[in-house]
Design a protein around this ligand. Structure first.
Ligand SMILES: NC(=O)C1=CN([C@@H]2O[C@H](COP(=O)(O)OP(=O)(O)OC[C@H]3O[C@@H](n4cnc5c(N)ncnc54)[C@H](O)[C@@H]3O)[C@@H](O)[C@H]2O)C=CC1
Ligand SMILES: CC(C)CC(=O)C(=O)O
Ligand SMILES: [Mg+2]
Length: 371
């Protein structure tokens, strides 16, 4: 199969470059064994970009991201830059990419792989077979709302404030992504908000209900308060199919869902923009849901699976290479079934390995699977 697709690779900070190095082996394997010849450019983002280019992401890198068929992103941030003014922080690198590329729907699959049921924070019987897709809105809400700031109140106390704001069309378009996905899965969407205490939550519930009634009456819709959803994820996770949430609740609940799967180091994601009606193309960025993990960065122990599985999502969602995406997913699962574990998913009786041994093992499995 021939392909000549443009990828922009942005490893970022902390463990980002470490797990990206292993993912590049998988990309190389695809070029070697499946003739998927990607045209790859690499760029700086986050703290790395602040150091070299003076901003968390340069205009030139954003332009390259827009020109690429897909962006493969690592992670940004770290204690070195925590003291910077708010508008200069490394995290703005990913926030700007999402905003400027219109990447409004973040798909975060939390799948408990059989070999890892014992590594979950919950009892194996509770999590076995759990397969949840969290759909998180990513260009609105409190992460972008204005006004925001810290100011001195008239009585001399400091006051910090952010704004949670959603337009109805922003809610409707991400709801459609969730309903479309549900139709291809188990046909159920659980939409989460705090309609009991937040005005934007009331609008969220109303708009999701309207979209459901008008366009997706065949899909089961359940509304759930976000705090209850957190509790239900821990007590009865198997009830969930697609969870739809805003920028903040989606972020928090997907980290929680990650713990069910064994580790944050296992969860990939795809962040998608709208399909251009003329070209049929869409901007897309793929990244693990974890951050730069400063506590383990530089030690060679990070789990590269989330980053490699993000590449699998890229193959599927940006290029329709379903077979190759499945190959990567199967290779990861086989390595885990074979007993190799990075520290975050370590279990008694298994072999603890570092980032690069895990990466090499996945490539070896790819070789075996491809015959
Ligand atoms: N999209 C991004 O680039 C994101 C960036 N961040 C940034 O990352 C920095 C650290 O944030 P934290 O809250 O500590 O979240 P984090 O996700 O970096 O780490 C949380 C915990 O999970 C562990 N962990 C994460 N990924 C792992 C992996 N692949 N293998 C093994 N263990 C792993 C870490 O060691 C840590 O104990 C901050 O600057 C934060 O803003 C956080 C989340 C997303
Ligand atoms: C801007 C990011 C650091 C926020 C986050 O935690 C995420 O997107 O997962
Ligand atoms: Mg997060």
């Amino acid at each position: 199969m021939a392909a000549n697709k443009k990828l922009l690779v942005l490893p970022g900070d902390g463990i980002g470059p470490e797990v990206m190095r292993e993912t590049r082996r998988v990309i190389d394997w695809m070029a070697r064994r499946r003739s998927l010849s990607f045209e790859i450019e690499e760029g700086l983002v986050g703290g790395a970009a602040i150091e070299a280019e003076g901003a968390p992401i340069s205009d030139a890198t954003v332009a390259r991201a827009k020109a690429a068929d897909a962006v493969l992103f690592g992670s940004v941030g770290g204690p070195k830059w925590d003291g910077l003014p708010f508008e200069q922080r490394p995290e703005l690198g990913i926030l700007r990419l999402r905003k400027d590329l219109g990447l409004f729907a973040n798909l975060r699959p939390a799948v408990v792989l059989d070999p890892l049921a014992e590594a979950s924070s919950l009892k194996p019987d509770v999590v076995r077979g759990v397969d949840i897709m969290v759909v998180r809105e990513t260009v609105g809400g409190v992460y972008f709302g204005e006004p925001r700031g810290v100011e001195k109140a008239p009585d001399g106390r400091r006051r910090g404030f952010d704004t949670q704001v959603y337009f109805e069309d922003e809610i409707a378009r991400v709801a459609r992504v969730a309903f479309d996905l549900a139709r291809k899965r188990r046909n159920k969407v659980t939409s989460v908000e705090k309609a009991n205490v937040m005005q934007s939550g009331r609008l969220w519930r109303a708009v999701v209900g309207e979209v459901h009634k008008a366009e997706y009456p065949d899909v089961q819709l359940e509304n759930m308060y976000a705090d209850n959803c957190a509790m239900q994820l821990c007590s009865r996770p198997a009830q969930f199919d697609v969870i739809l949430g805003d920028n903040l609740f989606g972020d928090v609940l997907s980290d929680l869902a990650a713990a069910l799967t064994g580790s944050l180091g296992m969860l990939p994601s795809a962040t998608l923009g709208a399909v251009d009606p003329v070209t049929g193309k869409r901007h897309a960025l793929y990244e693990p849901i974890h951050g730069s993990a400063p506590d383990i960065a530089g030690k060679g122990v990070a789990n590269p699976c989330a980053q490699m599985l993000s590449f699998a999502m890229l193959l599927r969602w940006s290029f329709g290479f379903e077979e190759e995406a499945r190959l990567v997913e199967q290779a990861v699962e086989k390595v885990l079934a074979g007993g190799l574990r990075t520290a975050d998913i370590m279990q008694a009786g298994r072999a603890r390995v570092g980032t690069s041994v895990m990466g090499e093992a996945v490539v070896r499995e790819l070789d075996k699977l491809a015959g």
